[in-house]
Design a protein around this ligand. Sequence first.
Ligand SMILES: Cc1cc2nc3c(=O)[nH]c(=O)nc-3n(C[C@H](O)[C@H](O)[C@H](O)COP(=O)(O)OP(=O)(O)OC[C@H]3O[C@@H](n4cnc5c(N)ncnc54)[C@H](O)[C@@H]3O)c2cc1C
Length: 444
Amino acid sequence: MTSVVWFRDDLRLTDHAALSAAAQDPDGCVALYVLDEESEGVRPLGGAARWWLHESLVRLADALASYGVPLVLRRGNAETIVPAVAKEAGANGVFWNRRYGAERHIDARIKTALRESGTPVRSFPGSVLFEPWTISTQAGGPYRVYSAFWRACLAMPAPAAPLPQPESIHASRVPVHSDHLDSWALQPSSPNWATGIAQRWTPGEDEGVRRLVRFLDEAATRYVDQRDRPSADVGSELSPYLRWGEISPRTVWQRALASGMDVGKFLSELGWREFARHTAYHHAALHLHGLNQQFDQFPWNQDASEDIAAWRSGETGFPLVDAGMRELWQTGFMHNRVRMVTASFITKNLLVDWRIGEAWFWDTLVDADAASNPFNWQWVAGCGADAAPYFRIFNPVTQQERFDPEGDYTNRWAPDSASRSPLVDLRSSRARALSAYEEIKARA
Ligand SMILES: Cc1cc2nc3c(=O)[nH]c(=O)nc-3n(C[C@H](O)[C@H](O)[C@H](O)COP(=O)(O)OP(=O)(O)OC[C@H]3O[C@@H](n4cnc5c(N)ncnc54)[C@H](O)[C@@H]3O)c2cc1C
């Protein structure tokens, strides 16, 4: 008999409760990853995410190999595959860390099917600091305002200390068939658009920890003052590592506090990640429906294909927007302040449906996250949780003056942008957005 550990968005060995539990099985375990792009509720990965996943699985497989445990790769519907692997391995238990988005319904069905067939399932807290059902308003519902949400989190007992990496893990004696990772063709070949991404990023658990240490040693003291400056290099850039679970939020939390520095602001950003996940738990298909249903009637510009193309390729004539969009395309990443400005520009100045911008980020970000991405797009567009008042339309020119006054960022990524004619007039496009908003308010 043996156990199956089903890895999902938790591609690490440290603070992995399911793995730690399976490691205690003297009969060994099977480490399984399933590429499921077909189950209901699963959003197929974008291009940059597929690149990251490939690299991350290579590193996870290497780390497991050092224990003599192979990583079993399977592709297809998890509801079919997980029970089939459990059967093939003769497993007496299947372990996983919980998911909180729409995928949790898949997990619930698999749990029922396995239990009915006599295979016990154990699930453990997943990639959050506080599980979503533990934080609620006095009325028992989800929070809609971040500050109240985070106060409620901070009033809870502190997150448990992260678990150490298991000292030993035994491999199952029963061989289980695995796909070859290359057969999944997760990485681009011709053209290989990922060279800039590969230059900027090294996926994997080791690098996630290294980045955290570097952030705490070198950047954390400047974080509060400089975090909004895209050229300042003070962000932790941990978002893809957190997205893929190569580092756990509990590890980040604990190490940041142990540093003895003033890390309150940094941890409050982890709070936004948490808020996005809790919101996704309570509201299915966040990428399809605004929390504020008033926006279902929003008169988006239906004839914007040229504007959308210019926004995507960073050819709007607004240097901060263009720099962000080109950085995104080349490296799979964009600074948070610039994400807000570029998202505001397409949804408000170009009046393009936020879902179109969200889908582009989903395809191009290495940290594309099923909760954080639509949550933040809704926040900027004005239809989400804790959404900024609609009249707050980021002006890309004044934002550049404030946050990139010397032009270090814009000159690096889009030196030609200032010489282009602007795609829209900021004043009249702002007025158009405000009157569109008045229109849906009047209809409500
Ligand atoms: C339109 C838009 C889309 C976004 N899409 C994503 C996404 O798909 N995936 C994603 O991880 N983040 C997303 N963000 C949030 C944020 O921009 C990134 O998390 C941040 O830029 C990552 O940089 P960092 O790791 O240096 O962050 P730091 O400033 O070092 O913050 C530490 C961690 O906190 C979390 N965090 C910080 N800000 C936010 C936030 N606003 N919402 C949720 N979590 C946050 C991240 O996990 C981050 O790594 C989006 C923001 C906007 C405005």
